[in-house]
Each structure stands twice: as structure tokens, then as C-alpha cells.
Write a protein that binds this ligand. Sequence first.
Ligand code: SF4
Length: 301
Amino acid sequence: MTVIKAEAMGMCFGVQNAITKVNNITNPHEVTIYGELVHNSEVLKRIKDDGFHIIPELNRPYLPITEKILVTAHGLSHKERKWLVRRGKKLIDTTCPLVTKVHNEAQRLEGLGYTVVILGKKDHIEVKGIIGDLSQYIVVENVDEVYRYKINRLGVICQSTCSPEKALYILQRIKELNRESEIHFTNTICKPSWDRQMAVQNLLKTVEALVVIGGKNSNNTKQLVSLAHKKNIPCFHIQTVDDIDLEQYKDFLTIGLTAGTSTLDFTIDEVYEKLLSINENNRIKEKGMIHKEKERINMLN
Ligand code: SF4
């Protein structure tokens, strides 16, 4: 069996920067991480073990007991920032610059009189941060949610980890149903996320199955999984090497490997090695069968 790695995969610079900042904090007990730093259960466990306070994303807005609050790479609305600062909190900001870019574009479009339409997940913390500063907005998750808005100017942007294919499909539908509106589209999908999706599209042309490593609640990871589903290619969404059951993979000759933007290199290496171990297991089995066959022939002689 061959395991082919995607050309672009794994941890992005935004998540890496956030982790580096966290690693440089010397007094974890004095800091609250305001949401999930990364959608990676291993990293989250380590952070918790280090003594950081963590506020679940669903509980926000929330006033932590610590004075210092770390804003995650997914960002935060200006409104919520001000709310925290007014209550005496000091913010350690790890917002990814590419998320800030989406915030800025949303603000710019609203300033120009557009109603902002965000192509993304309503419940995702990045989207909540963006819409938190808008007076009027529409969030579209799927093409069947699009309707005739009867709004003169629509400014369409994307959640940073949106699927490019899906975004264009939804945009097309918005244009079809809103012919009388002026529609401005800004592609705000981040490059690392874009590159990882393109790399998987290429990989799916040559493999029989795909393994995707990443958090179960990671949007960009789910996008990678859905690319395989669309092509009807068997896909295994795992979080760590422990999720691998080699029996499930033994019949494939080529397996593609990719990982979401919160996945550590170490985890990718472990998974890669474990998948390759199928070859070693097969060799041992073959040797065993040859040995038994020789024994059988000797007995017959
Ligand atoms: S996925 Fe993109 S936007 Fe999100 S942290 Fe990584 S680089 Fe930044």
C-alpha cells in the first residue's frame, strides 16, 4: 500500500502563532483562554494541564475571573473586546491576521452601504465575531438558504475556512435570485485553507481512500472530509493515531493523507507511520503463509 501526503496540509501559521504565544506565557494560572485555542483535543488537554483557565466557546460572552484574557486565532468582535476591557481585563491577542482581514472587509462593506452576507457557519466562533460588529447581516450556510433579499446592495464575503467550491456555488445562487441588487463579492477565504482544499482535490484524483486528521469541530477539517464525500471516495476522519483501525485500510492500494490547520506535525508523522505499517504486517503475514506452505509440502513428502 502507498500513502500519498497532500502537497499542502496541517498546521497553518495562524494557529502556530497562537500556540507559540501560549507557550511563552510563564504564569498560565493568571490567564483565561477565551474559547478553544485550536480545534485539537491533544493541544487543548496540554493547555488545561498547564493550568490555563478555558472558557468554552458556547459560554461567550463571559467575564472570566483572571485579569488576562487570551483572544484565540478565531478572533473576537470589537464590541466584545470593549466589553471585556471596560471591566478591567487585559487582552493577549492571537487573532490570525487573515481573520482580521475578514473583519475589516465586513466593516468596509458596511461602511459603503452594503448589507454584508457571510458565507459560513452560523454557530462558528469566527462568524460570531464578525457579525458581532455589524448592524445588519445575513449568514448563509447552504445554497438552499438563499432567497430574494430585496436589498439594494449586498456585500458577500466568506468565513476564512469556507470551501471555495461551495462559496462560488452559493454566490451564483445569490446573483440568480437577486438580479435587481448590486452585488459585490470579496473572496476572504484564507490562503492556507484554500491551499489545503486544492491539494486534496488533486490528491483525490489518484487515491482510493482518504485519511483526514483534525478536530471533529474544526471547520476546515470538515471541508476536507466533504471533498472526499462529494467524489464518493471512502474517507476516514480521525483525530489521533489511536483512531486508526488498520483492518479498515488493508484493502486499499493507495491512501491519501491530509490534515486540518490545527493538526500538529508530530500527529501527522505518527499517522503516516502507522498506515505504512500495514505493509510490514502484510510482509509478516506472507512470510507466515509461505512457512506454513513449506511445512505442508514437507509433511506430504
Ligand atoms: S485557518 Fe486561515 S484564518 Fe484560520 S488561523 Fe489558519 S491561516 Fe488564519
